[in-house]
Design a protein around this ligand. Sequence first.
Ligand code: GLN
Length: 451
Amino acid sequence: AHLARIEAVDEKVHAFLHVDREGALAQARAVDEKRARGERLGPLAGVPLALKDIFTTEGVPTTVGSRILEGWIPPYDATVTRRLKEAGVVILGKTNMDEFAMGSSTENSAFGPTGNPWDLTRIPGGSGGGSAAALASYQAPLAIGTDTGGSIRQPAAVTGTVGVKPTYGGVSRYGMVAFSSSLDQGGPCARTILDAALLHEVIAGHDPLDSTSIDAPVPAVVEAARNGSVAGLRVGVVREFGGEGYQAGVLQRFEEAVGLLRELGAEVVELSCPSFESALAAYYLIAPSECSSNLARFDAMRYGLRIGDDGTRSAEEVTSLTREAGFGAEVKRRIMLGTYALSSGYYDAYYGSAQKARTLVTRDFERAFAQVDVVVAPTTPTTAFPIGERADDPMAMYRADLCTIPVNLAGNAALSLPCGLAPEDGLPVGLQIIAPALADDRLYRVGAAVE
Ligand code: GLN
């Protein structure tokens, strides 16, 4: 049924870069056979899923939204991919994304934009716009995203779906193409809190193949999602999230959500986190710096595209021709910014200062979580904007992640869930819930209470 749905609507939505019809049907059949044999199956066995095209899939193309990986077929599965397969989840295909996960609109994909199912002329968020659009257009009930600065939560917010960024280290990064390794985190996307929790449980947990993977039990997210409650909980509202640049209808729905939390028995505490003002600037030094280092591996020798290799050119020339043709404008911008920020003479002033700002953001969160159990905020300052509107204005694009980026800098857990439609445009608004590291279960307990 989902393959038929994809066939019927994805020409318009363009959520998928690759549909693995044969692979999906084979996995579904394998699950059926296990069921027929009376084997014990997990809760997601046979459930279809859309996988962001940043996770390697053995024998199935993985492009990361870039021309530079054209023609590359990974010889191995990412840990997330492997865990999904072991749980019997049916991977329908790979979803569209901003190239190397750099963007907030999916317009930076080398393979064309994805439409927001609520209004196809608007962006579905990014970088994981394909995964969010697949959910919102009922092409898949589950999806996987990655969140470096907001790429799970922001697409969830603007498509009226649920997206979770687990605690940094909670989900293995093995086989997840690296953008900014100290920030990147894979996580579940779904249409309900409980679905997201069930998926979270399948993909999370320690992985010896990822050196930053947390060696601790996975928080009891499914139990929390089944027992939503906020009675007696202290909920923080951060003064710095709001004001200028925020859409009135987004703030209105957020205030209503805070009202609902109070009604349900939560104690709402107003907080100030002054260093959040520098979070965006710090992120746009740290993320490009790590990206400039991570993307050095795309040298035309090891993977994918190779241009100009006709026997007359040096390896260096082939590398340079390939990178020139294979990377898009935003990726090049980040590689240049990052290389500059890391260069000797500028390192302390740029990268060093950004790391200090990152520490201050982490401390602000620590102070906040000494007073409250969770923090709530709007997920995004505005609803989905029209495709093309911010394409030539990187700063305007970057501001889409104003409320999500501080969480990545600190490594905390956060989710976005729908909290109504903005009155002025009828488009979905997201409520963000933020919990301390390792307390991912709180997100689901609160999310289930207000869903
Ligand atoms: N929009 C942010 C960026 O462009 C975040 C992307 C992400 O989370 N992968 O870097």
